[in-house]
Design a protein around this ligand. Structure first.
Ligand SMILES: Cc1cc2nc3c(=O)[nH]c(=O)nc-3n(C[C@H](O)[C@H](O)[C@H](O)COP(=O)(O)O)c2cc1C
Length: 200
């Protein structure tokens, strides 16, 4: 019965690496790719900062502007994917998840309270992200182009701040090795992960 044990250990190691990447800004997994389903049905990929990775709750979170297109996309279809590849570890994780957006609740309040002033500055954008503009625009108030806001100046940003919480339902784990790649799929059912080796 060593195979199931090794399978579960691989998954646990993957979650531990994700948790490390949340706090290590230099970790290549700190900024994964989040894919949602566009309003036209086509996939839409973008880089985000991973803010939380909880093995216990099978949850990964990021923060965004509530006016950004991804919020409308998730409201229409909550299915998302996460993509992580760490060249040093030769490890790719592809996660399928369901997303929930937190706007005016305790989850968003708590995340906002912990957000740094430089992070809060992003949410002071005068225009909705993706608005067409006449010239290249950082979408920041003029007086905050070269400095972070004070705590008081940052407060209006709360109205634009959102937490995207994703509940992971499936993990595709791929480890590259010269002696042969290994691949496994883990599916979550009633709070437990069921793992199986699959062909690389
Ligand atoms: C390194 C990096 C980190 C980023 N982090 C975030 C983030 O945490 N949240 C976010 O909404 N956008 C982030 N972005 C910008 C997104 O990639 C994207 O351009 C923006 O969110 C618009 O996405 P949308 O139009 O699909 O909603 C980041 C971009 C880069 C390059």
């Amino acid at each position: 019965m060593t195979e199931p044990l090794q399978l579960q250990q691989n998954l646990a190691n993957g979650w531990a690496e994700l948790a490390r990447a949340v706090v290590d800004r230099k970790h290549v997994w700190h900024t994964p790719t989040l894919v949602s389903i566009g309003l036209d049905g086509a996939p839409v990929a973008r880089t985000v900062v991973m803010r939380c990775a909880s093995e216990e709750f099978a949850e990964i979170r990021c923060h965004t502007d509530r006016r950004s297109p991804k919020i409308a996309e998730i409201a229409r279809d909550d299915r998302v994917s996460w993509h992580f590849y760490a060249p040093e570890l030769k490890l790719q994780l592809r996660l399928r998840a369901r997303a929930t957006v937190h706007l005016d609740d305790g989850v968003a309040d708590d995340a906002w309270a912990k957000a740094s002033l430089s992070s809060r500055r992003c949410y002071l954008a005068p225009s909705a992200p993706s608005t067409v503009c006449a010239a290249p625009s950082p979408n920041l108030p003029e007086h905050l182009l070269k400095r972070v806001p004070t705590l008081e100046e940052s407060l209006p940003g709360r109205a634009n701040f959102a937490v995207v919480s994703t509940k992971v339902e499936e993990v595709d784990w791929l480890w590259l090795a010269s002696e042969g790649h290994q691949r496994a799929r883990f599916t979550r059912s009633e709070g437990r992960w069921i793992g199986a080796w699959i062909e690389a």
